[in-house]
Write a protein that binds this ligand. Sequence first.
Ligand SMILES: Nc1nc2c(ncn2[C@@H]2O[C@H](COP(=O)(O)OP(=O)(O)OP(=O)(O)O)[C@@H](O)[C@H]2O)c(=O)[nH]1
Ligand SMILES: [Mg+2]
Length: 459
Amino acid sequence: MLPRLHDPIVAVATAPGRGAVGIVRVSGRNLDAVIAALCGKALLPRHATYLPFLDAAGQTLDQGLAVHFPAPHSYTGEEVLELQAHGGPVVLQLLLARCLEAGRGIGLRVAEPGEFTQRAFLNNKLDLAQAEAVSDLIDASTEAAARSASRSLSGGFSAEIHVLRDQLVDLRMLVEATLDFPEEEIDFLRKADARGQLQAIAAQLDKVLARARQGALLREGIKVVIAGQPNVGKSSLLNALAGAELAIVTPIPGTTRDKVSQTIQIEGVPLHVIDTAGIRDEGAAHDEVERIGIARTWAEIAGADALLFLHDLTRIGEPGYDAGDAAIAARLPATMLAGDRLVPLFNKADAAPAPVQGLAVSAKTGAGLDALRLTLLQLAGWHASPEGLFIARTRHVQALRQTREHLALARAQANSPEPALDLLAEELRLAQNHLGEITGEFTPDDLLGEIFSRFCIGK
Ligand SMILES: Nc1nc2c(ncn2[C@@H]2O[C@H](COP(=O)(O)OP(=O)(O)OP(=O)(O)O)[C@@H](O)[C@H]2O)c(=O)[nH]1
Ligand SMILES: [Mg+2]
């Protein structure tokens, strides 16, 4: 995508399909010919003009609003033309084709996904975290995610990163200036309170990191797998959590073969819940289909952020049943057991006494589901209220963690009996670079391409 940064580009900016209004957007330089061809005249900057859009023969293709944004006051920072037409796929394709034809002289081509926003980034209209927030806002699956994305888009997240960066830069300048006067090294650390400054930056970073983790959770959610023996009520539980009859429920063990997944939201956090085929040993499985289903269950468990290991209260104590649970427990991945990602859950509490320990629910009556939802939120690490949150990505969280590592090394250096200022300076530089990855100051080109290519076309 990067080599063709200066071509003028055009795309349909609205979603495919039929709608009341559809928008074709052109961005580039020297758009006069395109404007004249489509609109028949020059346009007053940033004014909506109602006019017929013309084809090559001067016939009306459609009528609508045209807006011309001369550079640099536009979304992309380039000259932009927006045609707001009727939102039919054929009309919009005709307008798009006409723009391409009229723009042949200036090399106009169809935009790639995210290319408009990429230009806004390259023209300093947005930093990278804000550009990503544009995409996250469009993709937001919950209100909380949308509000947080909007906050990131207006620069809430970037502002916090800039504060940290400025503090780091100040400290770096001090350290690097002192490098030239080695005899004053030790004195400098004391006078400038470098240790105190470092500690303050690290404390601030921890706060930002905690909020970014919450933001990433809002965007990405967690994957929750429901597993257990056949007939314990896994599909019933998925349906109860989703509030819809998604998976087939019958008294016949081995009903579910393929996984069934649904994203539900709890306090705005998306949880991707997956119902799986009941696990029993190979010999007991009815047929090849069920055996494949069970293999898939194990694959899902391996990739789960949280596992709901479901038990049937009406059958606990039956030797065959208990052996079945023990066999599953023995095969669970060690990582699942070590972390607190495993939730033992006891179903059918309406039909049998609840256990002394552990969470009891009834998929049938809904009893205990609120407690389960709370447990899942806790397990996801959710504790902030969505107010004041900004959206973030795993990429941001990783960059912040790397920043923290280098800060820790810098602090170790500063606290050692004979601090090496050159090493300290180097750690501060690395910490700053990792911060810069978030806003796009230090982001490799291939990563940029990767980020923007995941946008939708026309954005
Ligand atoms: N009394 C009672 N019955 C339940 C409850 N949950 C599920 N059942 C019944 O248990 C049986 C099995 O339910 P499913 O949800 O199909 O169980 P499953 O674990 O998905 O079963 P497989 O797909 O075969 O592995 C059905 O007859 C349900 O009506 C519950 O909370 N209470
Ligand atoms: Mg089932």
